[in-house]
Write a protein that binds this ligand. Structure first.
Ligand code: SF4
Length: 339
């Protein structure tokens, strides 16, 4: 490990000022991904700005518009088990609890969850090329072992997936990300926060240099009646999604008034298709229509060999999760899905 300078910030303005004073400085919150990357020699910061003491970032607050503001430093576990989240945004609670391990969720911050980096095997091996780690060096995953890689939104430069579960639910809920940087404060729609790789896979998101996530806003609409988060993975705990689906429905009888479907494990960002969601509006909530929506979502899906199975798996997951959203009780441990 390299030598580095460690500083603590007591407020956001100081943190932003410190991070912009010195190149190659990182914010430190929970550190659950940053320290991994450091140990693997993927990142070597020359400075850390510890933001854990900043007042107001580790809180949860109800907003006048009926929504909820999650502080960036509020822990993933505290978020998932908070009564407001459990009752009003159970989709988010369930997605968070599907991620990582209890120990990691206790340490990981909400802001950090958005900033975690891909778990592509090649990205974590500094002895091989990787366009995300070393732009212009190549992407061995395309022709290599790509079982966990993306099927949607890929580019010739990178086929990595974004690994978060929490963010799949935040995408479905149309969350907003509040940030503060050298140019002031701004709010980013969740759909625009993460990037597709295109020709800059080294950039995971649309934060400007030196910007700090301060909070995440959840809209009033929490879809607490009909929701489901389904995560398919190689083992039941402490594994990243091969495919995950967050489904949120608003129903009028058996008709769909509003639908959100977000996918994880399939792209460089949580994946949504407004075309598929619009298709479902006014239709019956049934297997046939969820299958048609899945076909729209996966129309342009492309496998790279080892991950070809994800296309069929994603279709089945979208259908199954749509049906599970009709009966959220089916998601309780040990309960069987309704289809
Ligand atoms: Fe690197 Fe992306 Fe290729 Fe993985 S998929 S090796 S992260 S460029």
């Amino acid at each position: 490990m390299n030598n580095f300078e460690y500083k603590q910030a007591e407020d956001v303005a100081t943190a932003v000022n410190l991070i912009n004073k010195q190149d190659n400085t990182k914010f430190l919150a929970g550190g659950t991904n940053l320290l991994d990357l450091w140990k693997y020699n993927i990142t070597n910061p020359s400075g850390l700005v510890d933001i854990n003491r900043i007042h107001g970032l580790a809180e949860i607050e109800e907003l006048p518009n009926g929504g909820v503001r999650l502080g960036a430093n509020f822990k993933n576990a505290d978020t998932a088990y908070h009564p407001i989240i459990e009752n009003k945004y159970p989709l988010l609670s369930k997605a968070i609890l599907a991620g990582a391990s209890a120990q990691i969720r206790n340490m990981a911050s909400n802001g950090g969850n958005l900033l975690q980096r891909t778990r592509c095997y090649y990205f974590y091996d500094p002895d091989v090329p990787c366009n995300k780690r070393n732009p212009g060096s190549g992407c061995p995953a395309k022709e290599g072992y790509n079982r966990i890689h993306a099927i949607l939104g890929t580019s010739d430069h990178c086929i990595a997936v974004f690994p978060s579960d929490m963010c799949v639910a935040l995408a479905a809920l149309d969350a907003l990300v509040n940030v503060e940087g050298p140019e002031g404060k701004r709010t980013i729609a969740f759909a625009n926060f993460h990037r597709l790789p295109a020709d800059r896979p080294d950039l995971d998101n649309n934060l400007e240099p030196g910007e700090l996530i301060t909070s995440i806003d959840l809209p009033d609409k929490g879809f607490a009646q009909n929701y489901s988060y389904l995560k398919l993975r190689d083992r039941h705990s402490y594994a990243f999604a091969l495919v995950s689906v967050a489904t949120a429905l608003e129903l009028d009888g058996d008709r769909i008034k509003d639908a959100r479907i977000a996918l994880g494990g399939v792209a460089h960002k949580p994946w949504r298709s407004t075309e598929a969601e619009n298709f479902l509006m006014g239709k019956s909530a049934n297997e046939f229509n969820f299958a048609a929506a899945a076909d729209i979502i996966l129309r342009d899906a492309k496998g790279y060999g080892h991950n070809d199975f994800k296309i069929a798996l994603a279709k089945k997951a979208i259908i199954r999760n749509g049906l599970m959203a009709l009966n959220p009780q089916s998601q309780l441990p040990g309960a069987k899905p309704s289809a």
